[in-house]
Write a protein that binds this ligand. Structure first.
Ligand SMILES: [Zn+2]
Length: 443
């Protein structure tokens, strides 16, 4: 099964630049993706596939016919020796000979339809954002280009790698997308494109951002049984948002009321928001029992998020069917996981058509508890602390009752033989009781 991923970066949110070293020069050797990320202090690096297109293996700077280098040289940029701060621009005016155009003005060009390899393409969307499209080893160029053009409006998409050197490394969680021939740290390469979220250095860290997809809505009720899925999805999502915002996380919800909200709208909104993590809140049907959560087949932070959420859901008493993945024809089966840039999971809280399971979430408080459990799993994944309600100790020490101040006088009078019925220390005394008492004492 092949897998295709599209990563999208808004230049307003990310610094994007090339770094390169002359191909194969002993003084400036190829470096692994992990090393590139570390040296460039980039959040994410992609292999930019600086190849010697003549096939001569020459490593002398100046004779290389690599696509990237050609591009840079055409721009008058020295691309070696410690990298370059050249801005990545892939507008048509910058396309040089040797670059294969995959998509122009959202029309797929004539591409290889037979060779199945990993692919690496880079380009610009109509709205100015940068798109990087990568596939695992089972794809033709044509398939990859059509996949991307079918989902986004693409001004220009260039084939960076026509086979085999596809690679991406994300520093935050060490995630490596490396379909062919890559080592544990990514294949040593001579040029990379680097992405770094702006305002990271020198300024206080920005708030974490979480996107919450609220499944179904409007004319699409989702699953219906003892509960209506679209309604409890919204209640769970709202509680999740409220808990997250209480701990300083910025949250964007796909809907906050009962309205139509398709998965493709959710994905577009999520990618535009560029969150740190994304969660899609659903509930199940089909007669099963228990919670389940889906993450990407590629693992990484999405898997960690799924595991952390499962742990919190178990803690509120719901049983789990497991932390799962689902393979489709083009990578992950679920669009919310496949097409979102951020690590994403889909939570299925309860089966609305199984009476006993639906009873786990048939009150407002129970639905909110699911939302809070999801929020705690998210905070655990982001490394943010939250307060747990304090446990009451089992044996609360009982305060010993204090003796009444008048007890000693009562005891003393009894010892002296004075007859008194009972203490009633704080009751008022009548004049007749005083006379009777004095008469007994004054003998
Ligand atoms: Zn659903």
């Amino acid at each position: 099964m092949s897998s295709i991923r599209c990563d999208i970066y808004d230049p307003k949110e990310y610094d994007i630049w090339f770094a390169a070293t002359p191909y194969g020069s002993p003084a400036y050797p190829a470096k692994t993706l992990k090393t590139w990320a570390s040296e460039e202090q980039a959040d994410v690096v992609y292999n930019l596939c600086l190849f010697n297109m003549t096939g001569s293996g020459s490593d002398r700077y100046g004779v290389i016919r690599g696509r990237t280098l050609q591009y840079l040289k055409a721009k008058g940029v020295d691309c070696g020796y410690g990298g370059t701060s050249e801005k990545l621009t892939v507008s048509p005016g910058n396309v040089v000979a040797g670059v294969k155009v995959a998509v122009k003005d959202n029309v797929v060009r004539a591409l290889d339809k037979t060779t199945r390899r990993s692919r690496n393409m880079i380009g610009e969307l109509a709205d100015g954002r940068i798109i990087v499209v990568q596939s695992s080893d089972g794809c033709t160029e044509d398939e990859v280009a059509r996949y991307a053009a079918g989902r986004y409006t693409i001004d220009l998409l260039l084939v960076q790698d026509a086979g085999g050197s596809t690679g991406m490394y994300r520093a935050g969680d060490g995630y490596l997308f490396a379909p062919e021939r890559e080592g544990a740290n990514g294949r040593p390469v001579c040029s990379v494109v680097c992405m770094r979220k702006k305002n990271k250095e020198g300024k206080p860290m920005g708030k974490k951002k979480v996107f919450i997809g609220v499944g179904h809505g409007g004319s699409d009720s989702g699953a219906v049984g003892y509960l209506v899925e679209k309604d409890i999805n919204l209640t769970m999502a709202t509680a999740c948002r409220d808990f997250l915002t209480a701990y300083g996380v910025d949250v964007c919800m796909s809907r906050t009321k009962d309205e139509n909200d398709t998965v493709s709208q959710e994905v577009a909104e999520c990618n535009a928001y560029a969150p740190d993590l994304a969660v899609d809140i659903h509930n199940n049907s089909g007669g099963g029992d228990g919670f389940e959560v889906f993450h990407t087949i590629h693992g990484g932070t999405g898997k960690t998020l799924a595991q952390n959420i499962e742990k919190q859901v178990k803690a509120i008493g719901q049983n789990s069917r497991g932390v799962k993945t689902r393979q489709g024809t083009s990578g992950d089966y679920y669009a919310f996981i496949r097409e979102t840039v951020a690590p994403a999971v889909i939570c299925e809280g309860v089966f609305v058509d199984t009476k006993a399971d639906a009873a786990q979430a048939d009150t407002l408080a129970e639905q909110q508890a699911f939302g809070v459990a999801y929020a705690k799993g998210i905070l655990d994944t982001l490394g943010l602390a939250y307060d747990e309600p304090e446990e009451k100790p089992d044996d609360e020490p009982v305060e010993p009752e204090k003796e009444h101040w008048a007890q000693k006088h009562f005891d003393s009078l009894k010892a002296k033989g004075v007859e008194i019925e009972d203490t009633r220390f704080d009751d008022p005394i009548t004049r007749s009781e005083v006379f009777a008492l004095l008469d007994r004492i004054v003998k």
